[in-house]
Design a protein around this ligand. Sequence first.
Ligand code: 5AD
Ligand code: FES
Length: 344
Amino acid sequence: MDIVNRFLEEKNLSKEEYVQLLEKADDAMAREQLREEALRLRRKYYGDKIYIRGLIEFTNYCKNNCYYCGIRRGNANVRRYRLNKEDILKCCAEGYRLGFRTFVLQGGEDPYYTDERMVEIIKDIRQTYPDCAITLSIGERSRESYRKFRAAGTDRYLLRHETANEEHYRSLHPSEMSLANRKQCLYDLKELGYQVGAGFMVGSPGQTLEHLAEDLLFLKELQPEMVGIGPFIPHHDTRYADEKAGSVELTLFLLSVSRILLPKVLLPATTALGTMDAFGREKGLQAGANVIMPNLSPEQNRKDYSLYDNKICTGEEAAQCIVCLKRRVESVGCMISEERGDAV
Ligand code: 5AD
Ligand code: FES
């Protein structure tokens, strides 16, 4: 039996078999076969609903120095900013008015936001918007911090594992960071009752199909509720400035494979995918994605949260993006949902 059919029937492939499957990303027939199955599964569990998440990039300070990332601490050319609680609540108010029922607080790993400060922000949002989901995406913290954030009313946590291969992880990060700690964080978050999002970049420097096969095996093991997958895009102020970006085709292929592997997963058509291709997000939805994460950050800060070059929607207001996205989502036969959109 050919590898695509084996995957569709058994799901449990070995690492070597996943590599074989990924080699099919160049094969238009294989791509289409997986895409159709992914779409069928997305429709089965979520219909044509696309969930929106309001992304609030509330700090671009970061104590980490991931080599690929534009806002890593070693980049002295970044104009740094922090939003205070009032700023953040204003973003939520605008988002709520526009129909968002999930707020994602994303930031660099910024020590200014102590547990106490975070808890205060979370509690305020929780109190003001009891009908909304709160998602945090602020990197690696202690289990005790995660416990406090959860108790304060956080529902979900996004922490991409970036790559599930030890050696590759070490090549992309300074030695004070480790894949083991990253994984520990994800397991802690799960245990604490968060809906958890893992994920990885496609085409990051040095990545091989073996590495991606390991990412898929890790997803299968972790069973996250959400998975963020986007192409790597070089940032001019990093050592990878001249590397080539990840492939849109391979990203779409991995979205389909992830949908099939974890049929109920919440899968965003990422901004990075939309940056690499004018119709990247539409193609993502058609490959099995069911989430879009528009920006609710204040306009004056948008351009300063640049993880990679040429990021889209940094000049548009959230309201403009919503109009644009509604049209885009409808162009592929879907509709934007104003529900919280929890994992089924
Ligand atoms: N290209 C694409 N994605 C990136 N990220 C960070 N830097 C880049 C880049 N240069 C992703 C990482 C991180 C998420 C917030 O953004 O996967 O987890
Ligand atoms: Fe932002 Fe289209 S989604 S302008």
